[in-house]
Design a protein around this ligand. Structure first.
Ligand SMILES: [Zn+2]
Length: 417
C-alpha cells in the first residue's frame, strides 16, 4: 500500500455508510477497506486525514458528448473547426474530472474526436476521466443528421450497418451508438418515430460483441425501444415514451435506462430567458419533459435499472455540472439520496460493463474517489456544489486543479451570445 485515506465517513457505492473508515491504495487500485484500527498502515504510506469528510466512489456519467460545449444552439457547435473542437473537448474533460466524475461513456462524437481525447488522457497528456469512446453515431438516412456535421454515420440495410460498426471499431471505439428513433436536437427528427430496424441494429450489436464491446441505443419512442432491445443493445438512452411492454422487455433482458434528465432540465431552465435555443428544439424538449419524468418512475416500478447519464454538452448542460442529474433524481422523488449515488456509481459501472474495475470502494477496484466536505446523504445538492469538493482521486492519485466555470454562461465566447 502507498496511500491511506482515513477518518472519513465512507459511502461505498453498495448502499453502506461506514464511519471512521480507512481505505488503502496500492498503486492504481484499492488494496483494503475497513474501519479505523482494522488495517495495519505501513510507515511509508502517504496518509490523508479526512476526519469530518465524506468519501464516495468516483462518479460515472454514462452519457456525455465531450466535444459539445453547451452552446444554446447546437448548430453553432458544428461551426467550430475540428482541431479547435478537440482542444475545447480537452478542457471539458478536465472540468469533468475535477467535478468528481472519474469515468464517462461518450455517446457520439464528431469525426471520432472522443477517441483522440481518450487516448491523450490515457497517455497522461491531459487531465480527464477514464473515457469510453463511441466514435460517430450510426443512424439511418433521415432528416436532421446534417445539423451536426460529422456526428452521424448514415447507414441503411444490414450490410451497411455492419460496415458502419466496423468503421467505428477500426477507429478505436469502445462502445457503439445507434439511433433507434428520431431525436429532439435536430430539425425534422421525430422523437417518437422508429428509425434503424431490428436487423440493422443487430448487425451493429454483433460486430461490437465480437470485439467485447456493447451497443447503446438512442431511443425515445416505444417501437424503437423494442426494436433495440430485440437487437440486443445493453442500454437505452432517454427511453422517454416507453410503454409498459417496452419497460417489461427492458427489465426482462437486463437493459439499463440512461436517464438524461439534465438535458431537458437545462434547456427548459434557460428557454424563457433565451431566444438562442432553436424553437424546434425547445418545443420538442417541452413536449417530452413531463413524460420523461413520469416514465422514469414507471421504469423503476417495472424493475428497470435507471442509471446516471446527463447528455452533458447539450444546451447549457455544461461539463462539470453532471451531478445536477442526481439532484434531479431526489427532487422529483425518483430516488433516495443513497439510491441516486448508487445509480451514479455501482449501477452506472454495471451499465457500461466496467463493474469489475470501478463503481464501488472495494479491494481490487481502481482507486477512484470523490471527497466531499458535507454529507450528500443529508443534502444531495452538496454533490452539485463545486465548493463542497475537497479532493478527487483517480487511479490512486489526487487530481490537481479546479473546475473552470468561466465559460459557463450564455455570453461565453464559446457560444453565439
Ligand atoms: Zn446524447
Amino acid at each position: 500500500m502507498d496511500t491511506i485515506l482515513e477518518g472519513m465517513t465512507l459511502i461505498d457505492g453498495l448502499g453502506n455508510c461506514i464511519p471512521d473508515a480507512v481505505v488503502a491504495f496500492d498503486g492504481q487500485r484499492i488494496a483494503e477497506v475497513g474501519k479505523k484500527g482494522e488495517i495495519q498502515v505501513l510507515p511509508e504510506a502517504v496518509r490523508h486525514d479526512l476526519t469530518g469528510k465524506f468519501v464516495l466512489p468516483g462518479l460515472v456519467d454514462t452519457h456525455v458528448h465531450l466535444d459539445m460545449h453547451g452552446m444554446a444552439d447546437t448548430y453553432h457547435e458544428s461551426l467550430v473547426e475540428d482541431k479547435l473542437r478537440t482542444i475545447r473537448a480537452a478542457r471539458e474533460m478536465a472540468n469533468t474530472l475535477r467535478a468528481g466524475i472519474t469515468t464517462v461513456r461518450n455517446a457520439g462524437s464528431v469525426n471520432c474526436i472522443d477517441i483522440a481525447v481518450k487516448q491523450a488522457v490515457a497517455e497522461g497528456l491531459l487531465a480527464g476521466p477514464r473515457i469510453l469512446a463511441s466514435g460517430r453515431i450510426i443512424c439511418m438516412l433521415s432528416a436532421g443528421s446534417e445539423y451536426f456535421r460529422g456526428l452521424y454515420r448514415e447507414a441503411d440495410g444490414v450490410e451497411e450497418n455492419r460496415r458502419a460498426a466496423r468503421e467505428q471499431l477500426k477507429e478505436g471505439a469502445d462502445v457503439l451508438k445507434v439511433m433507434a428513433t428520431g431525436a429532439v436536437m435536430n430539425p425534422g427528427g421525430i422523437p417518437g418515430a422508429a428509425q434503424l430496424d431490428t436487423d440493422e441494429m443487430r448487425a451493429v450489436v454483433n460486430e461490437g460483441e465480437k470485439a467485447g464491446k456493447h451497443t447503446a441505443a438512442h431511443a425515445h419512442g416505444a417501437r424503437g425501444i423494442k426494436n433495440a432491445v430485440r437487437a440486443g443493445v445493453r442500454t437505452i438512452e432517454h427511453g422517454t415514451l416507453a410503454d409498459a411492454e417496452a419497460l417489461k422487455m427492458m427489465a426482462d433482458n437486463g437493459v439499463y435506462l440512461i436517464s438524461t434528465l439534465s438535458s431537458n432540465y437545462w434547456m427548459r431552465n434557460h428557454a424563457s430567458q433565451s431566444l438562442e435555443i432553436p424553437k424546434f428544439m425547445s418545443d420538442k424538449a417541452d413536449e417530452i419533459a413531463r413524460i420523461r419524468r413520469e416514465n422514469l418512475h414507471r421504469a423503476i416500478a417495472a424493475g428497470v435499472c435507471v442509471v446516471m447519464g446527463t447528455d452533458a454538452g447539450t444546451p447549457y448542460n455544461y461539463h462539470g455540472k453532471n451531478a445536477t442529474e442526481l439532484v434531479r433524481y431526489v427532487s422529483i422523488g425518483l430516488m433516495s439520496e443513497m439510491d441516486a449515488i448508487i445509480a451514479a456509481t455501482h449501477n452506472a459501472a454495471q451499465a457500461i460493463g466496467m463493474a469489475d474495475d470501478i463503481g464501488t470502494i472495494e479491494a481490487g477496484k481502481y482507486a477512484d474517489c470523490l471527497v466531499l466536505n458535507q454529507n450528500p446523504l443529508h443534502d444531495i445538492k452538496c454533490l452539485d456544489s463545486l465548493d463542497n469538493i475537497s479532493a478527487v482521486f483517480k487511479f490512486g492519485k489526487p487530481v490537481t486543479g479546479k473546475v473552470d466555470t468561466s465559460q459557463w454562461s450564455p455570453a461565453s465566447p464559446l457560444g453565439p451570445g
